[in-house]
Design a protein around this ligand. Sequence first.
Ligand SMILES: [Zn+2]
Length: 434
Amino acid sequence: MKKHADLLIRHADYLDENFELQKGSSIAVADGKIEKIDTLEQLNETYTFDRTLDGKGCVYLPGLVDAHMHTGQQLLRGRVLDEMPMIWTRIMLPFESTLTPEKMRLSAQLAALDMIQSGTAGFIDAGSYYMEEAAEVYRESGLRGALSFSTMDQKGLPASIAMDADEAIRRTDALYDAFHGKGNLKVYYSLRSLISCSQELMEAAGSRARERGTMLQAHMNEYPGEINFFMEREQMRPYEYLEKLGILGENFIGAHSLLLSEDEKQLLAQRGVNVCHCPFSNCGKAAPDTPSLMSKGIPVSLGTDGAAHGGLSLWNEMKIFRSVMNLHFGVPLSNPAVMPAKAILKMATVNGQKCLGNPNGGVIREGASADLIGIDMQKPHLAIYGHLSNTLLESVNASDVTDSIVGGRVLMEKGQILTLDQEKILAEAKNYHP
Ligand SMILES: [Zn+2]
C-alpha cells in the first residue's frame, strides 16, 4: 500500500546543503518536513499526494529568514532616508507611540505579503506595540515568525508607551502565553536598546527568557554614543556589561553588533551568542567585522531592520552585504573571495533558522523542515547562470520568487498568495493616511 504525503513538488531542481544545484529530482513533503527527494517515478510509486506543485523552470531554495525586522515601522516606509540624526528619537519613537491596533494590523498584513512575495519564509520581529494584532495576521499568513513586545523602561517616553520594568515584562509574558508555539509562531523576550533599559529590566528579561526556554534579543553595539555611555557609566562595553549580568548565551541574538572590541568578539564566541547584521541600515553606521566573527565560529544571520530601512527584500540585503564586505575587507587585502556567495546564502537560511530555534531548517534535505521557495529561472537575467549560488546572490530579485512553502504549507503558488487577501489589503493601504 502506498504511503501518504501532503505535497509533491514535481521537477524540483534544488540547491542542496552545500549550495550546489541538484537536477532531475522531485520532492515529497509530509508533516511539515521534507519526507523524500527522489525521481518522480519513484515518488509516485511510493506515495499518494494531497496536492502537487509543478516546479518546471524553477530552482528551489530554502526559504530565507529575516532575522531582524520591525512590523511596527512598516508604515514609515520612505520616511527615513536622508533624515538627520537621531532618527530613532525624532521619527521612530514618536511614530511608534501613535500606533493603534488598526495600524498594526495593516502593518503586519503588508509586511506578510511583502515577505512571502520576496521569498522570506521566517522572520524575527524586534518588538513593537499591539503585537497581538500582528500575531493574528502572521498566524493566518503561515509565515514562521518570532515576535516580541517592545521592551524599555526609560524615563521621558511618550505617555502611550511609558512603562516600568514590571509592566514591560508582564506585556511580553502575556504575548508569550497567547502565541508562543501557536502555529509557526514563537515569542521572544527583547530589550529595545540597552540605553533605554534599566538593569532591573535587563536582568528580568534575561531570566524570564531562560526560564521559558526562549530567546532574548537586543539592538547591540550600533552607535559610538551607546558604547561610550556604558564605558563612562560602567567602565565596560555593552556586551561586557551583559556578561556581568549573566545574560549572554546561545539564546541571545545581538542585532547589528557593529562596533565590537576584540574582547567582546571573544565573549560572543565563548557564550555562543547569535549576531544579526542589517546591511542597508548598517551602511549609515559602520561595516561589521564579519570575517573575524566568522573565523571565531560566531553564527551571523541577516536582517532588513524593517521596511523603513530599505525595504524587506533579503535579496537586496545580501547584495549590499557582499559589496560592503568586498569594499571594506576584500579590496584592501586583494582578496575577492573574502565573503563568498555561499557564506552569505548560509547566513540568510541556515543561520537565520537557528535564530528561529529551528536547527533542522534552512537546508533542502530529507528530514529538514519544509520551508522552500521556488525561483523562476526562465527570465533573461537568470536563464544562463554559471555558478548558481553566485547568480542567486548577484541577480535574483524579490520578484523572481514564484512559490513559497513554509512548514509544508503552500503560502504562494506561481506568484499567487493563498493565505492572505492581497487585493483587500492593498485597498486598505490606499486608504491609509499618515
Ligand atoms: Zn532594529
